[in-house]
Design a protein around this ligand. Sequence first.
Ligand SMILES: Cc1cc2nc3c(=O)[nH]c(=O)nc-3n(C[C@H](O)[C@H](O)[C@H](O)COP(=O)(O)OP(=O)(O)OC[C@H]3O[C@@H](n4cnc5c(N)ncnc54)[C@H](O)[C@@H]3O)c2cc1C
Length: 368
Amino acid sequence: MQTLIIGAGISGISLTRKFADNSHSITIIDSKNHIGGNCFDYFTDDGIDVHQYGTHIFHTDKKEVWDFLSRFTQWYPYQHEVKALIDGQFVPVPFNFNSIEKLFPTSMAKRFIEALLEEFPINQKVPILKLRESSNSDLQFLADYVYEKIFLHYTVKQWGVKPEDLDPLVTGRVPVFVGRDNRYFQSKYQGIPLEGYTKMFERMLDHPNIEVKLETPFSHDMLKDYDRCFFTGAIDEYFNYRYGQLPYRSLKFDFLTFDRPYFQSNSVVNYPCNYDFTRIGEYKYFLDTQCDSTVVSYEYPEAFELGKNERYYPIVNEENNALYQKYLALAEQEPKVTFLGRLGDYKYYDMDTAVERALNLFNKEFGQ
Ligand SMILES: Cc1cc2nc3c(=O)[nH]c(=O)nc-3n(C[C@H](O)[C@H](O)[C@H](O)COP(=O)(O)OP(=O)(O)OC[C@H]3O[C@@H](n4cnc5c(N)ncnc54)[C@H](O)[C@@H]3O)c2cc1C
């Protein structure tokens, strides 16, 4: 049985490896000149692990996914912390006790912290919607402060929307952390592949049953040479945009190198209220590389335009979901082809969810 996988991102590579491990021969193609899709990284001469498509931190509670990837890499036990510039101070986000103490006078901060502890359990994330429901006016104030300073302007920049168009149900999910844990994720497993993502992917594809073809865009006449195909590219592109394009948000990265040991205090700093960029990533933090230079990326959100930039985030709303459902209906009529991945499913997937989707698909089809 001849199998073709289109797209050598983390979704396509995970599925490819599962097939190869189970004695199937597989061809995997990608239109780009490298493997890894959006997770592709490379090392500078100074040994800094640069993520070409923006900062990528692996984190998961899914043991099966962690164990699967851990066959191909050791991990640097990196724990992600993000800071945001708010009212002239760099404070941890999600907002927590440390952020409160940095931004407010001592007596006020004490009141806010006591009020939080009175109403909510320690070490939990509480959505600001819940804070707003409190009868305590300090907590209501805190909810509005976090909404405006952390969420509102950032979201307007990130998605190019007007504040009044934001869905209150979604905006209400912005969390405050009741405690001092500065980490962005509390997942059990978290880290960066010790030799980078690309090296991990190379090992996953290093198998006698696997053939890799780069700079090979998919064309429909390839289907005749294979018994089945798995497509991780854009589903609307596969159907030649029959019903129009599925909208995406894109990003522009400005990469800068400095001859100094560090540029900022940690790997990611958000700028919700200032400038046109949303955040700056500094890459040497991921593997704690010790050297005299540093590489950073300024991240500017922009609209996706076919042929001009990359698809990054699907814009999930009712209208776009309805359009996706029309493509899904077409996809169900393609007997040989299965769609998956963030572009094939038109969904935002973290890396672990993308791997889980690929593993589940294989297990469902082959009962393992
Ligand atoms: C800025 C940013 C930061 C992120 N940070 C994190 C993070 O910190 N942690 C986390 O878990 N996740 C993060 N993610 C999500 C992560 O990037 C995705 O989970 C992952 O890329 C999904 O992999 P994929 O294989 O589905 O898609 P992709 O990585 O997009 O791979 C698809 C591949 O298919 C190829 N392809 C497409 N069409 C064709 C075609 N017609 N012919 C041939 N090849 C084709 C593409 O070239 C590409 O290589 C982030 C995403 C973004 C945008």
